[in-house]
Design a binder for this molecule. Structure first.
Ligand code: PGA
Length: 251
């Protein structure tokens, strides 16, 4: 099955308003061949409304980096899925390794967030991936399997088919040490087989699987042309318009 290639940019906690506006404007100058690719940007949430409802470009979408799993209420500092949807955003990252590491998010939290997002018709981009000590023991499949099982518990095949999943080995994030294309292919193949077994082969086929972790203009081409890699989730290089445009041109 031919899936569009997804080029996603996670800006993390970078850029004040003026710099963020300048970066998003430069993204609007990129050529996006909609028949082949989809670009999704994850700016800090304070800019989401201005970008997602104020700026329209074919093939370019916006998402939040995180959301609450609760629908609404007395949760100071939190942002709900329906708020994200109400400003025109269509995606939300769930369970990024930095959320897991620094904010102690667990698979059960991811599960709650995914359900909250699906209820608002927002596409969750579930992030999974093993730390270095697990990779060193060659236990990465078992580790990711547990993350998937916990995060997707209680979802129907139809619901799961609406997700995107990003494989981001923790040891490759922000380190400059990207996984080899073969390591990424192996894990993506494992994830798709696992999804096919636990849901339906049809739903597993529909889910775009992104690779993330030190993606740049040098390694993007190999990754984007590899079997079972449907896109990339780019951190550092998404803050540099030239690099991000070069990654997009690798599709
Ligand atoms: P990086 O980040 O590209 O800077 O390694 C990727 C991510 O955390 O999504």
């Amino acid at each position: 099955m031919m899936r569009k290639k997804i080029i996603a940019g996670n800006w993390k906690m970078h850029l004040t308003a003026e710099a963020a506006r300048a970066l998003v404007r430069s993204m609007f100058e990129m050529t996006i061949d909609q028949s082949r690719s989809q670009v999704v940007l994850f700016p800090p949430v304070v800019y989401l409304e201005a970008f997602a409802s104020g700026m329209k470009k074919e093939g370019l979408y916006f998402g939040a980096q995180n959301c609450s799993g609760k629908p609404q209420g007395a949760f100071t500092g939190e942002i709900s899925a329906d708020m994200i949807g109400s400003v025109g955003a269509q995606f939300c990252l769930v369970g990024h390794s930095e959320r897991r590491q620094y904010f102690h998010e667990h698979d059960a939290d991811c599960n709650e967030k995914i359900k909250a997002l699906l209820a608002q018709n927002i596409t969750p981009v579930l992030c999974v991936g093993e730390p270095l000590n697990v990779r060193d023991l060659s236990k990465q499949n078992e580790f990711v399997e547990q993350q998937l099982a916990g995060s997707l518990a209680g979802l129907s095949s139809q619901e799961v088919a609406k997700l995107y999943i990003a494989y981001e080995p923790v040891w490759a994030i922000g380190t400059g040490q990207t996984a080899t294309t073969l390591q990424a292919i192996d894990m993506h193949t494992f994830i798709r087989e696992w999804l096919s077994l636990h849901f339906t082969p049809k739903s597993a086929e529909l889910i775009p699987l992104l690779y993330g972790g030190s993606v740049n203009e040098q390694n993007a081409k190999d990754l984007l042309h590899a079997k079972n890699i449907d896109g990339v989730l780019v951190g550092g290089a998404s803050l540099k318009p030239g690099s991000f445009a070069s990654i997009l041109s690798c599709v």
